[in-house]
Ligand binder design. Sequence first.
Ligand SMILES: [Cu+2]
Length: 155
Amino acid sequence: MRKVFLLFIAAVLLAACPGDRRTDESRNAPAQTSTTTRNPQAVPENSTAMNPITPPQTPLSSATAPAIDVQLTEYEIRMPDALTAGPQHFRIANGGKQTHNFVIEGPAISQKLASDLSRGDTTELTVNLPAGSYTVYCPVDGHRGKGMQRTLVVR
Ligand SMILES: [Cu+2]
């Protein structure tokens, strides 16, 4: 019986002492782990994730945003009436049945697609447009006189 009591007391003492140490350790441990886990996970990963994302977005948006859709049909050219001066990127699609082309003539430039667009074809043309009034038309056959001509104002 005495051995049992001694073991019981010893067990209580052992349990009490580590219990105090555990509380001391637990007070220090969570504070260290929380600060150490927050620093490497939250701050550097977010900062490194933000850095590579933002630089590609700027050149992509600046290169994609100015794209101007142009639709060529019988016998009409659908595109904006006014544009901002500077380099403009046209995405020209032949949405009609016949072959078409795209000419833009202005104070300083005259551009034409190197080859005609067959039905369903799409091509892209980048032109640096100074401010002024431009004429856009289709030079194929008599398309220009049938309606494939319009005025473009660049400011
Ligand atoms: Cu045409």
